[in-house]
Design a protein. Structure first.
Length: 77
């Protein structure tokens, strides 16, 4: 958002999209004890930010963002 605001581009959002929840079930025992299981969850949160009339400076600053591990950005023109 800051990258778009510094280049005076009009932004809309962030709009929260549905959270995706994945559940993985793993057996605790390597043998026949089917009742003992571990359950792991992965929650994926998504946000939509719409940038109206982006300039080339806006696109360049978005492409050069330094993001932490596990954070992905899709840029569609």
């Amino acid at each position: 958002m800051d990258a778009a605001r510094t280049s005076n581009a009009k932004t809309m959002g962030p709009v929260p999209l549905p959270t995706r929840k994945r559940i993985y079930c793993v057996l605790k025992s390597p043998h026949v004890h089917k009742d003992a299981r571990f359950h792991f969850e992965i929650w994926t949160h998504q946000r939509l930010i719409d940038i109206m009339n982006p300039t080339s400076q806006t696109i360049d600053s978005l492409m050069q963002l330094d993001l932490p591990a596990g954070v992905d950005v899709d840029i569609k023109l």
